[in-house]
Design a binder for this molecule. Structure first.
Ligand SMILES: [Zn+2]
Length: 88
């Protein structure tokens, strides 16, 4: 019920608002990959729960395949150039 502001005391108001505050998520450590995980949840990084494989993890590629290939080629070319530079 809506009450006029003065009728709900400061302490009541603040107490009510304090319940809306986000609580800290408690984390535990994955026994396999040592990453922080939520307790009683399967690890999202290695897909294990209580050291048993539960989930199949599909790794997302950060960049599309074509771009990655192009980047690798560029890297290899740079390497070759470096090696040639050292020989001279
Ligand atoms: Zn893990």
């Amino acid at each position: 019920m809506a009450l006029p502001g003065k009728q709900s005391s400061k302490s009541r108001k603040r107490g009510r608002i304090s319940l809306l505050k986000q609580k800290k998520v408690s984390l535990s450590v994955c026994p396999k990959c040592k990453k922080p995980i939520r307790p009683h949840h399967a690890c999202a990084f290695c897909g294990t729960y209580r050291s048993r494989p539960i989930l199949e993890i599909k790794t997302k590629l950060k960049t599309p395949k074509k771009k990655r290939e192009a980047e690798q080629e560029a890297k290899e070319q740079k390497k070759h150039e470096k090696e040639e530079g050292k020989k001279r």
